[in-house]
Design a protein around this ligand. Structure first.
Ligand code: ZN
Ligand code: ZN
Length: 258
């Protein structure tokens, strides 16, 4: 059977172990290696056929991956093993964002332990393997976050709260109001977005104040994979829009001149 490439999520879990181990590799018989091997063999990322191969993420393959990771550290003085670019990218991110990456790895572990990550099917907007830039937090947390935001009950409670407070239900970033734009058809339509991504907040219970109202366009832009980021807050997106509008050459003027 062909070797199954390590995904970003798997590399994050392995890298978290190596980082905890002072950037040293783990051996085949180390309890941490055995535990990670078991865990990786259950992740909902590969086909059942791939997972049925006994060599798939065996303790030996996990141990070899920790060697790739440890030797990709810039302070390593020996010969670097061939880890591949995704391995080097994960190591670079762990060195650049140590707290965030460790939190993301532990959030993946919590999602697996609670069974939640196994219940959720792949979501249409999550960054797939064919994405040019892989989301920093990996595929499973992106999937979980999108699923969580689709919870109708949560969205409805947020809308009720806004109505009680007498607030207008519109996009927090661009002020788009579905009722204003589409009349009766758009009444009560809005999307909700978590201000904090799962890899920062951890898998906590969602409070209504953690949610922002967004229009469909702004929501897509908040989740777009771009330069390693696949999550933006409404404030960050608003700043991007302001930056874009300052750079824009007003084309309305040239349109009317022609
Ligand atoms: Zn908007
Ligand atoms: Zn969202």
């Amino acid at each position: 059977m062909a070797r199954i490439s390590w995904t970003r999520d798997e590399l994050m879990l392995a890298c978290a172990l190596v980082a905890e181990n002072g950037w040293h590799e783990l051996r085949q018989n180390d309890p941490e290696t055995l535990e990670l091997s078991d865990l990786l063999r259950t992740l909902p990322l590969h086909s059942t056929a791939a997972k049925s191969d006994p060599r798939f993420r065996s303790p030996n393959s996990v141990s070899r991956k920790t060697t790739d990771i440890a030797t990709a550290h810039p302070d390593y003085r020996g010969t670097t093993t061939r880890g591949g670019q995704p391995t080097r990218d994960v190591v670079a991110d762990f060195l650049r964002y140590p707290a965030e990456m460790a939190a993301a790895a532990s959030a993946i572990r919590s999602g697996i332990a609670s069974g939640e990550l196994h219940r959720i099917k792949p979501q249409p907007e999550e960054a797939g393997d064919d994405e040019e830039t892989t989301a920093r937090e990996g595929q499973l947390l992106a999937r979980w976050a999108i699923y969580r935001e689709r919870d109708r009950g949560l969205r409805d409670r947020k809308i009720q709260q806004a109505r009680r407070r007498g607030e207008v239900i519109r996009c927090e970033v661009c002020s788009f109001d579905f009722t204003y734009a589409y009349g009766e058809l758009g009444t009560g339509y809005v999307e909700v977005h978590h201000r904090l991504p799962l890899h920062v907040s951890g898998p906590t219970e969602t409070k209504l104040d953690d949610l922002a109202f967004l229009c469909a366009n702004c929501h897509r832009m908040c989740h777009k994979s771009f330069r390693g980021e696949s999550w933006r807050t409404p404030d960050t997106l608003r700043a991007e829009m302001q930056k874009a509008s300052r750079r824009r050459i007003p084309h309305a003027a040239s349109d009317s001149a022609s």
